[in-house]
Structure formats: structure tokens, C-alpha cells
Write a protein that binds this ligand. Structure first.
Ligand code: NAP
Length: 440
């Protein structure tokens, strides 16, 4: 029997488990270990709560657990919990699928001021991630700046702009639902240091901005490149630019919320003046694809700045880390003999959920061909270690109990009312089933 531990219960971890189980069948025992009491990683805590159809992929991951892969939640691999050396001693192969849950710093003065928040924290807040449930999100000023020209920036701007009715069928965390309903934010700026042709938005996300109840996207026609260049663009980007052109052509609307695309604007500082912030941006011009500062500065008044400029993997003591790239040092997914990495922790924070599927298949194939069973203790050994340390892992049955409790607590049409503290999650796991927080 080959014993494999996968660290991280997000898409990268599940696609690896699915591929391994398919490849090796009864010859492999797989444990998916996660620091949270809940599985599904970014599906639960990253994908926007109003994108329920994307979240539906969790059914595929639940089928992996129902098929015999174990979920071992509420167990941190690192300083607290279990060390990486202990884990690699227990299993024939360990796969790190821990994603990139940390914010990349903006690297400008003022980024530590209250009201300046990274997207990992902000998205975690509205998605009910236990680490961010208490985040102080100031929504009492008209202005809000969202830095970055990727899909996370679009998600954040859309969530800030939507009405309570537009969020009714979402699973936005209750605290965020209440705070967003009371928000006075009406002047949302999406800040890009380069231009429309360099943006990383995708078509569907852009299209949604044109359909909002009380918010209108605004694009300065002067920021748009000559339309003659559109034909040479890759088709997805051409459609994105098409949306931007249609936003630029919209007549003045009486919608009370504006989502302004501020292209060619490089953030250089954030200042606090009494209870308000100012984001200082420098106008840029493009030299090819490179943004060059012009020295022309302007200040944007706001109460909130959300940096959506990408993510970093969280370091694990004992695992070599590439600080510059913000991910584990690896050669095509290999870190050390028996230690592998997949997903964002391997290649950085880019691509869709589906991009992790071939990654998972690749690492599964490598394990199947490179590793032979070494009479390791595997899951029973991990269970014994956790019991000795007084750590209560959450099982699949425990997660099913949490899931049922959240669904039962929801007010129609919301699909669930999330538990947002570890204590509430663990209590629901225990209350819903005997053994919800003990090994199966
Ligand atoms: P992203 O697509 O890489 O975009 C990051 C943005 O931040 C870029 O526009 C980048 O500009 C900008 N940026 C980086 N450093 C900056 C700085 N110091 N100052 C100002 N701007 C800076 O990353 P993301 O939006 O975090 O998304 C991560 C991945 O998840 C992407 O693959 C995305 O498509 C995916 N995602 C998908 C969905 C969806 O499908 N609905 C939703 C959310 C996320 P430059 O280009 O100039 O570097």
C-alpha cells in the first residue's frame, strides 16, 4: 500500500487525489490534510460568493472524499501541529497543494494604514474565512480604490457595488452581507498601472459589470488604444477590450454607484488625512508593454484601498522557499525525494480552477512511477500523532455535518449561512455527527 498525504484541500489537492486514486486504485491510501476545519480551499473562501455555478465544482471534490480519500481538517502542517519532517516520515509521498493564501505587498508608503487591505484578507472576509471574519472594513466613505487589473479586482469591485437584492442568492458571509448593505461606497476606482491591452480581466467578469442594478462602469475614452489594434489581440482580450469600449460609450447614467477604470495610473503612496485616505497615483505612459512614470501625480479620496495585485504561498519551515517568486523552490513539481508540489504553490497564482487539473494529473503520474511503498505508518500513524498532541482533526463526516448546519441556517434564496469561526465550525462538526472531529 502506498501512503500519500496531500497538504491543502483546495482544487490543486483534490485534482491530485482524484488522479492518484484513479491511477492506483486500492493500492493507494490518500489523506488530504488542511489547516481549516472545512475542505475546498479557494472554492469556499476565494471564488466570489455570487458565482455559485463555479462553486458547484465542490460536488466533484466531495465525490473524491466519498470514494475513500480521507479529509483530515483542522491540522496545520508547519510550526504548530505537525512538522513537514514528521509528515514525510509517515507517508511514502507528500504533495504540497497549499495554494497562495498571502497577499503580495504593494510596496508603497502607507500600505500599513488602517483601511488598506489586501485581497486575500478582503475576499476572505466576505467569504467567511475564519482568519478574516473580524476584519475591520471601512465602508463609510464614498470612495474606494481597488488596485490591480485582474479578475480579483473585478470581483472586489462588483461585491462593493452590488445591492443586497443582488447578493441575496449568494453565500456571502452574514457579517459582510450586513456591512455591505450599510455601505455608503459610491465611487469605486479600479486602478491599473498599465492600459486596457495589458489587463488580465476575462470576458464574463467584464460583461457582468455592465449588468449591475445600481452601478455603472466608466471608462475614459482617452485611455483606450486605437481600435485598429484590436484585431491583433488574442480573442479573450479582444472581447474584454470590446466591453471596455462599450462602457466608454455609455451615456451618462443616473445610477448612484460608479465603477471607474483608472488606467495608466501607478499607485505611489497612501496617505491618511483625519478619517479619510488618499491614494496617490502617478500617471504613466506605455513604452511597448512597460509602464513609464510621467511624474504627474493626482490624489484619489477614499476610505478603503484593496490591493488586488496577486498572492504568495505561505512558507512551511523546512521547505525551500523562493522568496522573490513567493512559492516553493521546485523543479517541475519536485521539491525533494518523496516531496512534491502542485497548483499555485508550484507555479504561482495564475490560471483558472481547471488549470490545476492537468497539474494534479502530472504529479499523480510522477508519484505512481517514482515511488514504491516503504511500509510507512500512513493515516493511522498520523491519527496516533494527532491524538498524542490533543489535536482534533475534522473528518469528512464532520464536514458533512458543518455543511448540513450551514445549509439549514440559510435564509432563502441564500444557499448557506456560513459558520465563520473555528469554534463554531468545530462545534457543528461535533454536534452533527458522532466522531465529526475524530479520525474515521
Ligand atoms: P492577476 O490576474 O495576476 O492580476 C494582478 C494585477 O495586479 C495585474 O493587473 C498587475 O498589473 C497588477 N499589479 C501587480 N503588482 C502591482 C503593483 N505593485 N501596483 C499596481 N498593480 C499591480 O491576479 P489576480 O487578479 O489576483 O488573479 C489571480 C488568478 O486568479 C488569475 O489567474 C485570475 O484570472 C484568477 N481568478 C479568476 C476568477 C474568475 O475566473 N472569475 C476570479 C478571480 C481570480 P501588471 O499586469 O501591470 O503586472
Amino acid at each position: 500500500m502506498l501512503h500519500v498525504a496531500i497538504v491543502g484541500a483546495g482544487p490543486a489537492g483534490f485534482y491530485t487525489a482524484e488522479a492518484l486514486a484513479k491511477r492506483l486504485g486500492p493500492e493507494v491510501a490518500i489523506d488530504i490534510v488542511d489547516r481549516l476545519p472545512t475542505p475546498y480551499g479557494l472554492i469556499r473562501a476565494g471564488v466570489a460568493p455570487d458565482h455559485q455555478s463555479i462553486k458547484a465544482v465542490d460536488r466533484r471534490y466531495a465525490a473524491v472524499l466519498a470514494g475513500g480519500v480521507r479529509f483530515v481538517g483542522n491540522v496545520e502542517i508547519g510550526d504548530s501541529g505537525v512538522s513537514i519532517a514528521e509528515l514525510t516520515g509517515l507517508y511514502d509521498a507528500v504533495v504540497l497543494a497549499t495554494g497562495a493564501p498571502r497577499d503580495r505587498p504593494l510596496g508603497i508608503p502607507g500600505e500599513d494604514l488602517p483601511g488598506v487591505i489586501g485581497s486575500a484578507a478582503f475576499v476572505g472576509w466576505y467569504n467567511g474565512h475564519p482568519d478574516f471574519a473580524d476584519l475591520d472594513v471601512p465602508l463609510g466613505q464614498a470612495g474606494a480604490c481597488v488596485i490591480g487589473n485582474g479578475n480579483v479586482a473585478i470581483d472586489v469591485a462588483r461585491l462593493l457595488a452590488k445591492t443586497p437584492a443582488e447578493l441575496a442568492a449568494s453565500d456571502v458571509a452574514r457579517h459582510a452581507r450586513v456591512a455591505l448593505a450599510a455601505s455608503t461606497v459610491s465611487d469605486i476606482h479600479i486602478i491599473g498601472r498599465r492600459g486596457p491591452y495589458q489587463a488580465s480581466f476575462t470576458t464574463k467578469e467584464m460583461g457582468e459589470l455592465g449588468l449591475l442594478e445600481r452601478a455603472q462602469p466608466r471608462v475614459n475614452p482617452a485611455d483606450l488604444p486605437d481600435a485598429a489594434g484590436d484585431a491583433a489581440l488574442e480573442s479573450g482580450l479582444r472581447k474584454v477590450v470590446g466591453h471596455l469600449r462599450s462602457f466608454a460609450a455609455l451615456p451618462q447614467s443616473d445610477k448612484p454607484v460608479a465603477i471607474a477604470f483608472d488606467f495608466l495610473s501607478r499607485p505611489v503612496a497612501i496617505e491618511r488625512h483625519s478619517d479619510a485616505l488618499q491614494l496617490i497615483v502617478e500617471a504613466t505612459r506605455l513604452d511597448g508593454d512597460i509602464a513609464v512614470g510621467t511624474g504627474v501625480m493626482r490624489a484619489i479620496d477614499c476610505g478603503l484601498v484593496v490591493g488586488c495585485i496577486g498572492y504568495r504561498t505561505a512558507e512551511i519551515p523546512g521547505v525551500p522557499f523562493d522568496t522573490a517568486r513567493g512559492r516553493f523552490v521546485n523543479t517541475e513539481g519536485h521539491i525533494a525525494p518523496g516531496l512534491y508540489v502542485t497548483g499555485w504553490a508550484r507555479r504561482g497564482p495564475s490560471g483558472t480552477i481547471g488549470t490545476n487539473r492537468p497539474d494534479g494529473g502530472e504529479v499523480a503520474e510522477e508519484i505512481a512511477t517514482e515511488i514504491t511503498p516503504g511500509n510507512r505508518a500512513g493515516g493511522p500513524g498520523l491519527d496516533a500523532l494527532l491524538a498524542a498532541r490533543g489535536i482534533r482533526p475534522v473528518t469528512f463526516a464532520g464536514w458533512q455535518a458543518i455543511d448540513a448546519a450551514e445549509i439549514a441556517a440559510a435564509t432563502h434564496p441564500a444557499p448557506r449561512d456560513k459558520h465563520v469561526t473555528r469554534a463554531a465550525l468545530l462545534a457543528a462538526a461535533d454536534a452533527g455527527c458522532a466522531g465529526g472531529t475524530t479520525p474515521l
